[in-house]
Design a protein around this ligand. Structure first.
Ligand code: GLN
Length: 491
């Protein structure tokens, strides 16, 4: 098997037995990026010197006979809304085109201490607003399975880089589906942890009551390994929750006999592609075959999740993005007359149209006279949605649905129609409103394009999601298929 196809565990084995050095491994990945990224365009920036420098340190450690950790020497990459000290962090926006953070995000710092090798920063929708990565202020990323299609978004670069084997794993962020939907479109495993499980210190804020950072990987086991390194309480993020960190690996290789899986009927409603529906039904049959008890259930307020999400997310975004004013961060317009024209010109010139639309929507929803009718009402809907999930989890261990109603669409197909674009998150946004963990994993293919299934669990029950996902993965071969773009790969 090619080096770039290997899992974290396999690469760790190669490193400790000295069959490959960390520098050789980093060089192999950098070569792959040079070779393939002109087509995929997942990377905004490749940090070759950082990668080789850190890899050399890992090699010295191995040479001294010291033990290395599970992620030590393993090459990875980061969504470009995660602050990296001394390394440009753009959020795919002209606003932050030249922003070099003076500090790193906690999740990034944790991975660095774990010996991760940073290959670079990845493309995304500007300020994480979008579902296709076409809203990037710089360029669109292409789906490795079909270069004419989108990789999903907003963590499109993060999912495409893993699918194209340009990084062993990546981090993304998920406000309404931005880890899971691109993972589904690119045929990889993506987890949105419980709200509060991973510190968001140093994650450039989009909608603070919804944002979470999570891992995107080739396999379920890899995902569990990365999650373990990034979770945990952080006093620098007041929304992070103190909890005992489980050893997620203990949930792997367990059977799922008698485990109760609820299938919310609202997620199989109109708008769901027939091919995707068939894949999901086959997946459910596989899980039943493994001994799980599968039953239909209802989350009755699902249809209100979308409008509530787009009010809450835009309201929070309008407040979070107020800080980009040409004074403190990033871009500053020239030839302005006074402070108001500085604000106006800076924001007009540097924000893209989707970001502007959302700021306007959010500001409107928060304005005097409209607050009760929109924002407050949306918050009440949010409580109803949380109650739906609480009730379902009285009966079920996990819930299962498609991650997205379709497979990856063509580049340009939806960019002129925001509403149909928003609908690609119809299955993922309720989860962020509820704050629960959710994982997307490869469940099959329709016309050569990957289909993801979404598992949802109780707060902090990531381990249960891994247990079900791993059982499914070990009994199917979808995760072993590769895009034909990858040399030697077969569909
Ligand atoms: N597509 C959704 C949005 O645009 C979700 C984005 C995200 O999760 N960051 O808001």
């Amino acid at each position: 098997m090619e080096i770039t196809s290997q899992s974290i565990g396999e690469l760790h084995e190669l490193l400790v037995t000295k069959r490959i050095s960390a520098v050789e491994l980093a060089q192999t990945m950098l070569q792959r990026i040079k070779h393939i990224d002109p087509e995929v365009q997942a990377f905004l920036q490749v940090t070759e010197d950082v990668a080789l420098g850190r890899a050399a340190q890992v090699d010295e450690k191995i040479a001294r006979g010291e033990e290395i950790g599970a992620l030590e020497g393993i090459p990875m990459a980061l969504k470009d809304n995660l602050c990296t000290e001394g390394i440009r962090t753009t959020c795919s926006s002209k606003m932050l085109e030249n922003f070099v953070p003076p500090y790193s995000a906690t999740a990034v710092e944790k991975l660095k201490s774990a010996g991760a090798i940073l290959l670079g920063k990845l493309n995304m929708d500007e300020f994480a607003m979008g579902s296709s990565t076409e809203n990037s202020g710089f360029f669109a990323t292409h789906n490795p399975w079909d270069l004419e299609r989108v990789p999903g978004g907003s963590s499109g670069g993060s999912a495409a880089a893993v699918a194209a084997e340009e990084a062993v794993y990546t981090l993304g962020s998920d406000t309404g589906g931005s880890i899971r939907q691109p993972s589904s479109f690119c045929g990889v495993v993506g987890l949105k942890p419980t709200y509060g499980a991973v510190s968001r210190y140093g994650l450039i804020a989009y909608a603070s009551s919804l944002d979470q950072i999570g891992p995107i990987t080739k396999t379920v086991e890899d995902n569990a390994r990365v999650l373990r390194e990034i979770v945990g309480h952080d006093h620098r993020d007041s929304t992070s929750v103190p909890f005992e960190i489980p050893n997620y690996a203990e949930f792997l290789n367990k059977d799922i006999k008698g485990l109760r899986i609820g299938v919310p009927k609202e997620y199989f409603a109109k708008g769901l592609d027939e091919g995707v529906k068939t894949v999901l039904h086959e997946a459910l049959a596989t899980l039943e075959g493994l001994g799980a008890i599968v039953e239909e259930c209802s989350l009755p307020h699902t249809e209100y999740a979308m409008p509530a999400y787009y009010l809450i997310a835009t309201a929070e975004a309008s407040s979070n993005l107020a800080r980009y004013d040409g004074v403190r961060y990033g871009y500053r317009a020239e030839n302005t007359e006074d402070v108001l024209s500085l604000f106006k010109k800076t924001r007009s010139e540097a924000f893209g149209s989707e970001v502007k639309a959302r700021i306007m929507l959010g500001t409107y929803a928060l304005s005097a006279g409209y607050y009760d009718a929109y924002y407050l009402k949306a918050q009440k809907v949010r409580t109803l949605i949380q109650n739906d999930f609480n009730q379902a989890f009285d009966r079920f261990d996990v819930l299962l649905s498609p991650t997205a109603p379709t497979t990856a669409f063509k580049i340009g197909e939806k960019s002129g129609d925001p509403l149909t674009m928003y609908l690609s998150d119809v299955c993922t946004v309720p989860i962020n409103l509820a704050g629960i963990p959710s994982l997307s994993l490869p469940a099959g293919f329709v016309d050569g394009m990957p289909v993801g299934m979404q598992l949802m669990g109780r707060p902090f029950a990531e381990g249960t999601l891994y247990r079900v996902a791993h059982a499914f993965e070990q009994n199917t071969d979808f995760h072993t298929r590769k895009p034909s773009l990858i040399k030697g790969g077969a569909r």
